[in-house]
Design a protein around this ligand. Structure first.
Ligand SMILES: Cc1cc2nc3c(=O)[nH]c(=O)nc-3n(C[C@H](O)[C@H](O)[C@H](O)COP(=O)(O)OP(=O)(O)OC[C@H]3O[C@@H](n4cnc5c(N)ncnc54)[C@H](O)[C@@H]3O)c2cc1C
Length: 387
């Protein structure tokens, strides 16, 4: 399918398509939740070096940028898979690379690059505060050479298939800081040191077969040198990770969008009703053409967000807008595809209903549509603050 995005990564795309071809839709249909995690697929991606795409060459990675990482994610979804099972390592990498100490990088990056360790989890969201992140209640209190963590998180993904987790917690009470974004810190937690030893994990069964969990911290102790960067500046650091995450999710939505358009177009050409292909009817063609157009437009913003992130330019506005446009475009394409398939869209064997559910998530996570619009209104257009 022709696309308007810069076509400078054909080799990368070819290699990924070859790998993804070994994991057909039947495979992805069966895998997802903790007990059915697509381990073979993620292992194949790791062995081929894709999960180390952003790790600098000196640490054993490929030294590629967010642009290339986003293509990895896009191609997984475009091939019928779900990059949500492994995208954490890409966006968490941005946080560790930009804000981790030399010692932390030397300790972890080579092992992540070799596949010995996975950095797939990031714990931000909390049940009682939701999107109001700076009000989060999990605390980290320094005691000698340790921090003691108490609190709770929700929707924390891939814990059962990760070795490391980036944790956001409050180190200075909200009442004692000038700005609510101050006093938060991030930590790089080794999961085998805390699971069952201060941290309890409770899986959440969910609509998209995504491995995700509630976490409970009860006097969980972690070494003080797990702190990333300076104490109290964690919110600023994690924003880099969040911008990377939004851009990668945009790329995944683009991959989903192309998958839906390809399926819808092929089916509209094959399915004959009233003695002609349904795709001959403009009532069927036009929604597919419109959805494709919107994916193409969103894709340009996605590459602009990637370019700015890789150039170390501010990318918050573009990352948020790319995520909004791409999530809307993939959701539109999902609806159009389901409608084109008619009743067969509801049969699991066509995968349309599965991808429909999977792409729906991106209207809500990792940031909901309303919150992006609020960011655009307030931070880009300078409109009055609403919360
Ligand atoms: C499958 C899945 C995996 C996830 N994985 C992770 C993970 O690995 N790590 C992690 O930290 N989090 C994760 N999340 C959490 C996700 O980031 C949040 O669900 C998301 O940010 C929305 O937060 P919330 O669910 O608390 O919604 P809430 O903040 O409770 O909001 C609920 C609704 O109200 C709307 N709303 C709230 N306030 C306003 C306002 N002021 N104006 C207008 N609308 C408003 C929101 O847009 C939303 O639609 C995951 C979630 C899911 C579903």
């Amino acid at each position: 399918m022709q696309t308007s995005a810069p076509d400078i990564h054909d080799d990368l795309r070819d290699a990924l398509r070859a790998l993804c071809a070994d994991f057909p839709s039947e495979y992805h249909r069966k895998h997802g939740a903790a007990e059915t995690y697509p381990e073979e697929f993620i292992t194949a991606l790791t062995k081929a070096g894709w999960m180390a795409a952003m790790i600098p060459e000196e640490f054993g990675g490929s030294g590629l940028g967010l642009t290339e990482a986003s293509i990895v994610m896009e191609e997984i979804n475009r091939a019928g898979g779900n990059a949500g099972h492994c995208h954490g390592q890409m966006y968490n990498m941005g946080t560790l690379l930009r804000h981790g100490s030399d010692a932390q990088k030397a300790q972890y990056l080579p092992k992540i690059a070799s596949g010995e360790l996975r950095l797939q989890s990031m714990a931000v969201t909390e049940p009682s505060t939701g999107t109001d992140t700076t009000k989060l209640k999990t605390t980290a209190v320094r005691k000698g050479d340790k921090y003691v963590i108490n609190g709770q998180k929700v929707w924390i993904s891939r814990i059962q298939h990760s070795d490391l987790m980036i944790l956001l917690a409050r180190t200075t009470p909200l009442a004692d800081v000038k700005r609510k974004s101050e006093g938060l810190s991030i930590f790089l937690v080794e999961l085998d040191q805390v699971i069952g030893k201060g941290m309890e994990v409770k899986p959440i069964a969910n609509m998209v077969g995504h491995e995700t969990n509630e976490l409970f911290f009860d006097n969980m102790e972690i070494p003080a040198d797990t702190l990333i960067g300076e104490e109290g500046k964690g919110f600023r650091y994690i924003l880099d990770g969040l911008n990377a995450e939004r851009t990668l999710i945009a790329a995944e939505c683009i991959g989903d969008g192309y998958w839906f358009i390809e399926k819808a177009t092929a089916y509209a050409g094959e399915r004959e009703v009233f003695s002609r292909p349904i795709g001959q009817n403009q009532g069927v063609q036009f929604p597919i053409a419109r959805a494709y157009t919107n994916i193409e437009a969103a894709n340009l913003m996605r590459f602009e967000a990637c370019r700015r992130f890789d150039a170390m330019e501010p990318s918050g506005a573009q990352a948020n807008m790319a995520k909004l446009l791409a999530a809307d475009a993939s959701w539109e394409a999902a609806n159009v595809c389901l409608q084109t398939f008619g009743g067969f869209g509801f049969a699991q064997e066509y995968d349309v209903e599965r991808k429909f559910r999977e792409t729906r998530l991106y209207q809500v996570a990792p940031i909901s549509t309303n919150l992006i619009l609020s960011y655009v209104a307030e931070h880009i257009l300078g409109m009055p603050r609403s919360f």
